[in-house]
Design a protein around this ligand. Structure first.
Ligand code: FES
Ligand code: FE
Length: 449
């Protein structure tokens, strides 16, 4: 039925447009497209669940969502990480409603069935009298999330039991995650992830973060007015935009000269020997010069590692955010604050305050972006939107000149690195991946006709 509807919406036409670098605006809010995205993208992609430091002790757990699938992520008695569907096997109610805690067993609030940390059903209220001896409890354990794997402390789940390994999926992105997460020997999450619902489509939010430093000079103009950001409208465009397989991407933003505004993102010099110890010379070179790392792991995890504050009081931290689709027009934002475990305690606290004032739910930068996303959703449903296309196809020799700006062969990191971040390379690779995934069976069907 959905396929038929899509055919009516001229799926072929959509494909042709996207090959030209034109994104029809209606795809942002179309309900049929959304249904396909949930099934075909989120049903088969690695989704971020949390960080290992959120569940440090045996029995520690957090509750999470893989779009509409509720998840209990926990550490069992042997210290292993496990993830189960957070739904009782008896009548299906949500088993655990707390955000986090520490338990030996999970007892259902409906009829009292209880499960251990390996998901086994271990207790049934009045079990022998109600169900008899012959009931095989081993058949009624919690359903495990088909695949759960970690990289650099980041735990991901996949609903597809046949999915490629997380490491293969991340590919070259691991090299950059090694800088972001491994530079000093490990990061930790402070506090619970903050959550809020934004009026936005998940494609627009992920693109905004991973692929679009060009918006910074206008959307976040107030930071220029406050003297936090430079006047130069190209200031967020210096550096490199790197595109990798599976539509992962990172922007390595530097200063105009390519040299550091402050070395190692304003971290205390006591940390620098650790960076030297954990990074390769090429990674160290990038970390020493970068102002902001910002990018994403497709489909819905974004990250930013900025410098915030004013001269003499600068802070760097890592913010991971997961965009959980709730509808074509709504996302639940999950926002984690991470910092080097080895960072001095005072610095951690100051950086956390810096995060709250910038990318936290009430932060200046967050508010700016949220407003824009809501306006995109608001205007994308009209009849005239059916043949309105968005521009990702500049072929000029200027910065946005996709395919005219040559990759920089001298960039030391893996992936295809363009010598500017004001370019649509990541955005286009996200669109290509998106179309490839949602149209997989449709095109097979069409070709076999
Ligand atoms: Fe959980 Fe009945 S629904 S015990
Ligand atoms: Fe922004």
């Amino acid at each position: 039925m959905i396929k038929k509807t899509l055919e009516e919406k001229a799926f072929k036409h959509l494909k042709e447009k996207m090959e030209e670098g034109l994104l029809p605006q209606w795809v942002l809010t179309d309900p049929d497209i959304y249904e396909l995205e949930i099934e075909k993208i989120f049903g088969y992609s690695w989704q971020f669940l949390g960080h290992e430091t959120e569940i440090k002790e045996p029995g520690s757990y957090v509750t999470r969502w893989m779009v509409y699938d509720p998840v209990i992520l926990l550490r069992n008695r042997n210290g292993e990480i496990k993830a189960f569907l957070n739904s009782c096997t008896h009548r299906g109610t949500q088993l655990c409603t707390a955000d986090r805690g520490n338990k030996k067993t999970f007892t259902c609030p409906y009829h009292g069935w209880s499960y251990n940390l390996d998901g086994d059903l271990i207790g049934i209220v009045a079990g022998n009298k109600v169900y008899g001896e012959e009931m095989d409890k081993s058949e009624w354990g919690l359903r495990p999330i088909p695949k759960v794997e970690s990289y650099q402390g980041m735990i991901f789940g996949n609903l597809d039991p046949n999915a490629e390994s997380l490491e293969d999926y991340l590919g070259d992105m691991k090299w950059y995650l090694d800088i972001l997460l491994g530079r000093s020997g490990g990061m930790e999450v402070i506090g619970l992830p903050q959550r809020w619902v934004a009026k936005a489509n998940w494609k627009a939010t992920t693109e905004n973060f991973a692929a679009d430093p060009y918006h910074v000079q206008t959307t976040h103009r107030s930071t220029v007015e406050m003297g936090i950001s430079p006047e130069d409208p190209l200031y967020a465009g210096y550096g490199h935009q790197v595109v990798m397989k599976n539509a992962h991407g990172i922007n390595v933003i530097t200063s105009k000269t390519g040299k550091a505004r402050v070395p190692f993102q304003g971290t205390p010099d006591s940390m620098w020997p650790l960076f030297e110890q954990h990074l390769t010379p090429e990674q160290l070179d990038i970390q020493s010069k970068v102002t902001v790392f910002v990018g994403g792991v497709y489909p819905n995890l974004s990250f930013v590692s900025p410098i915030h504050g004013t001269e003499g009081d600068l802070h760097n931290y890592l913010n991971f955010r997961m965009w959980r689709p709730l509808s074509p027009e709504k996302v639940e934002v999950w926002c984690w604050f991470l910092i080097d475990k080895a960072m001095p305690e005072e610095y951690k606290q100051a950086a956390y305050k810096g995060y709250l004032g910038s990318f936290g739910p009430s932060g200046t930068l967050e508010q700016d972006d949220t407003e824009t996303w809501a306006r995109i959703v608001e205007v994308s449903k009209g009849l005239m939107m059916k043949d309105k296309e968005l521009n990702y196809n500049s072929v000029s020799n200027y910065l946005m000149g996709y395919k005219r700006v040559e990759p920089d062969e001298n960039f030391p990191g893996p992936g295809t690195a363009y010598p500017t971040t004001y370019i649509d390379s990541i955005a286009r690779s996200m669109h290509e991946r998106w179309l490839e995934l949602i149209s997989k069976d449709l095109f097979v069907k069409e070709e076999s006709r």
